[in-house]
Design a protein around this ligand. Structure first.
Ligand SMILES: [Fe+2]
Ligand SMILES: [Fe+2]
Length: 135
């Protein structure tokens, strides 16, 4: 199962960011496939950790530019990033309690959340980033 189907509409026209989004979606899809494929729990745990770490790296990149460019919706956007990290933490808790089925759904939900975040929140900063010459 592919959790998140990547398409052109997710592009924000900032090279570094688009690359990070695609990589994160790739990890999410790898996770879904691993769960469906009955991979060992410890492997799944590792992929979830990869996803959590990479999401953090990505959020830090965006937030670095928010500060640099004095982006006006910084606080609101960072709150969304924190919400995602919280969801990942509760997913990790569920996995450790061995709720495999619940977790497959949860990753689908996480993927959906991420896609909506990109479309709604990330798109909003594009004009500001471009104004500062970041493409
Ligand atoms: Fe993003
Ligand atoms: Fe974001």
């Amino acid at each position: 199962m592919t959790c998140v189907q990547w398409n052109q509409s997710y592009n924000v026209d900032v090279k570094e960011i688009d690359g990070q989004h695609q990589k994160l979606v790739g990890i999410m899809n790898k996770l879904c496939e691993s769960i469906d494929g009955g991979v060992d729990d410890f492997v799944i745990d590792e992929i979830v950790q990869d996803m959590a770490d990479y999401a953090l790296t990505h959020f830090e990149t965006e937030e670095k530019y928010f500060r640099e460019f004095d982006y006006k919706k910084t606080d609101e956007h960072i709150a969304q990033h924190r919400e995602f990290s919280q969801k990942v933490l509760s997913l990790q808790k569920d996995l450790r309690e061995d709720k495999r089925n619940v977790s497959a759904d949860a990753i689908g939900f996480l993927g959906q959340w991420f896609a909506e975040h990109v479309l709604k929140y990330d798109r909003e900063y594009v004009e500001c980033f471009h104004e500062h010459g970041l493409y």
